[in-house]
Design a protein around this ligand. Structure first.
Ligand SMILES: Cc1cc2nc3c(=O)[nH]c(=O)nc-3n(C[C@H](O)[C@H](O)[C@H](O)COP(=O)(O)OP(=O)(O)OC[C@H]3O[C@@H](n4cnc5c(N)ncnc54)[C@H](O)[C@@H]3O)c2cc1C
Length: 462
C-alpha cells in the first residue's frame, strides 16, 4: 500500500510537471496490496489481514474518494460498536467511553465488573498522579501502570493494545505508538482531564468519522483499495515490473540503480533519478547495505513479529454467544493461546452467507512467536477449542481459512522515534531516495499511505 501510494504521489508530481515522467513500480509477490488481501468464496468474504482502517486520519478516506469508491465505504454496525474483554470465565464489555488508555466516563468505570474496588479507586486517582519529569521514551506498560495502576493495565489496556500492535507492552514505545495519550499527560497532567477536554471540544475524528464511527471498511473488501489504485496507475502510464529487488546503489553520475533477482520481463536493473523503497525495513536494509552502513544498521534494528489469523465460519445456530460486539480481546493473564476474536459478520454486512457468522481468531504476536509456526491442523484445532470455550461455538465450521503472517508486524520498541528520526535524516541526505511503509511512523493503513506520499515527495526533492 505504501508503494502504491508513493506511485500515485509521483504521478501527481509528474502531472504538475515538477518531476518525474517515467514511473515504474517493482513488486516481488506477483500481486499488488502486500499484506492487504481479501478472499471471496461461497458467499463468505474473508479479510486475510487488515479488515478496516481508522476514519480519524484523512489519508485512506481521501484515497477512497479519489478512486471513486466512496459508495463502498461501510462503518461498523452501530449496534456492535463495543469490545468485549474475557474476564474470569466470561466475556465482559469494556467500560463505555474507555478509549484504549483514556478513561472517558466515571460511571462505567465504577460499575464495570472488570476491575476490583481497589483497581477502580486506583484508576480514579489517576488525576492526582504527578507528571513524569523525564521526557525520555517509556514503554506502554510502564506508562499505564504508573498512571492507571497495574490492574487497569493487566485487565483492560494490555488486551486491547495486544489486539492492535501484537507487541510486548514492556517494550512498546509510548512515543511511537501512543503519542496522543502521552501528550494528554504532558498538556493536561492527566488522561481523565485530557480525554474529557477532547470529548467536550467535540474533537472527534474527521467528518467521515462522525458519520460512520471510528472504523471503516470497503463493502467488497480491503483488497479493493490496492487493486483499484493499481488499475488507475496503469491507466496513467505507470509500468509494473514483476521482480524482486536485490540491491539499490547510487550511480556515480547521480541517480539510482536497482538490480533484480528474478526479472520477469528481461530487465536486470532499472536506473532512475529517484527511488522509493516501500518494503519491510529488513529488506530496505539489505537493498541499501552498500550505500550507507549506518542507515542499513538502523533499518535492520527494527524487529518484526508474526501472527496467525484463523477465520472460522459457523451456522448462526451453532454459536451460543450473540456476538453483539465488534469482537473480544483476551488478557495475557488469562493464559490462553489467542489474542482476540473479531466478529466479522457482526461488524460488517456481506461477510457471511445468510444464517451464518464469520469470526477471525488472532494468535501469536511478539509474546507468542511459536504459534505462527504451527501447521494448519494445529492452528485450526487451537482456534476451534478457544471459540468453543469462549463463545460456545460448537459443531463443524462451515468455513476455515488459515493465514500466517511471518514477521509482518513492525515492533515500535522504546526508542523507535529516535531511530526513525535517524533513518529519515540519513535518507534525506541521499538525494533521490525515499523510504516508506509500516515500519516507521504508524502501522495503520492511513499512516502507511501518508508514508508513501511523503517518501515520494522526499525522493523528488532536489
Ligand atoms: C494480520 C494483520 C492485521 C492487520 N489489521 C489492520 C487493520 O485492521 N487496520 C489497519 O489499518 N492496519 C492493519 N494492519 C496493518 C496494515 O495492514 C499494514 O501495516 C500495511 O498494510 C502495510 O503496508 P506496507 O505497504 O507498509 O507493507 P506490505 O503490505 O508488507 O508491502 C510490502 C510490499 O513489498 C514487497 N516486497 C518485499 N520485498 C521486496 C523486494 N525485494 N522487491 C520487490 N518487492 C518487495 C512485498 O511483496 C509487498 O507487496 C494489519 C496487519 C496484519 C499483518
Amino acid at each position: 500500500m505504501a508503494g502504491l501510494a508513493a506511485a500515485e504521489e509521483l504521478v501527481s508530481l509528474a502531472t504538475a510537471a515538477t518531476q518525474p515522467s517515467e514511473i515504474t513500480l517493482v513488486e516481488a509477490a506477483g500481486r499488488v496490496g502486500g499484506v492487504l488481501s481479501t478472499v471471496r468464496r461461497d458467499g463468505w468474504l474473508i479479510e486475510r489481514s487488515a479488515d478496516n482502517f481508522l476514519a480519524a486520519r484523512p489519508e485512506a478516506v481521501q484515497l477512497v474518494e479519489r478512486l471513486g469508491l466512496q459508495d463502498q465505504l461501510v462503518g461498523v454496525d452501530p449496534r456492535v460498536r463495543r469490545a468485549l474483554v474475557w474476564h474470569e470465565g466470561r466475556p465482559v464489555p469494556a467500560p463505555q467511553g474507555f478509549r484504549l488508555l483514556a478513561p472517558g466516563r466515571i460511571g462505567p468505570i465504577l460499575t464495570t465488573p472488570l476491575l476490583s474496588p481497589a483497581g477502580k479507586l486506583r484508576m480514579l486517582a489517576e488525576r492526582f498522579v504527578p507528571q513524569r519529569s523525564s521526557r525520555a521514551d517509556e514503554s506502554l506498560e510502564s506508562f499505564v501502570v504508573r498512571r492507571l495502576g497495574r490492574e487497569a493495565f493487566e485487565r483492560l489496556v494490555q488486551p486491547l493494545a495486544a489486539g492492535i500492535w501484537t507487541a510486548d507492552p514492556a517494550r512498546l514505545s509510548m512515543a511511537a505508538a501512543c503519542g496522543e495519550f502521552l501528550a494528554m499527560e504532558r498538556e493536561h497532567g492527566s488522561l481523565w482531564v485530557g480525554e474529557r477536554r477532547r470529548t467536550r471540544s467535540g474533537s472527534t475524528p474527521s467528518a467521515v468519522g462522525a458519520r460512520y464511527g471510528q472504523f471503516l471498511t470497503l463493502a467488497a473488501g480491503m483488497q479493493t483499495l490496492p487493486e483499484r489504485l493499481a488499475a488507475r496507475l496503469r491507466e496513467q502510464g505507470v509500468r509494473f515490473v514483476d521482480a524482486k529487488a536485490a540491491r539499490t546503489e547510487r550511480l556515480p553520475a547521480g541517480g539510482w540503480r536497482t538490480s533484480f533477482d528474478n526479472p520477469s520481463d528481461g530487465d536486470a536493473a532499472i536506473d532512475a533519478d529517484a527511488v522509493v523503497l516501500a518494503v519491510p525495513a529488513a529488506v530496505a536494509a539489505r537493498l541499501l547495505a552498500s550505500v550507507e552502513s549506518e542507515l542499513a544498521a538502523d533499518l535492520r534494528g527494527i524487529e518484526y513479529a508474526g501472527s496467525a489469523v484463523i477465520s472460522l465460519g459457523f451456522a448462526r445456530a451453532d454459536v451460543a454467544h450473540p456476538l453483539d460486539a465488534a469482537g473480544m480481546v483476551i488478557p495475557r493473564r488469562a493464559r490462553r493461546r489467542i489474542l482476540a476474536v473479531s466478529f466479522s459478520s457482526s461488524k460488517y454486512p456481506g461477510r457471511a452467507p445468510e444464517g451464518c457468522v464469520l469470526m477471525r481468531v488472532f494468535a501469536g504476536g511478539a509474546l507468542d512467536p511459536d504459534v505462527v509456526r504451527c501447521d494448519d491442523a494445529a492452528l485450526e484445532a487451537l482456534a476451534r477449542d478457544e471459540v468453543a470455550e469462549l463463545l460456545g461455538a460448537r459443531g463443524t465450521p462451515r468455513l476455515v481459512q488459515i493465514d500466517r503472517w511471518h514477521g509482518a508486524m513492525p515492533q515500535y520498541h522504546v526508542g523507535h522515534v529516535e531511530r526513525v528520526a535517524r533513518i529519515m535524516e540519513r535518507t534525506a541526505s541521499l538525494p533521490g531516495l525515499g523510504i516508506a511503509g509500516a515500519a516507521y511512523m504508524g502501522v495503520g493503513i492511513p499512516q502507511v499511505i501518508a508514508s508513501g506520499q511523503a517518501a515520494a515527495r522526499q525522493a523528488c526533492t532536489r
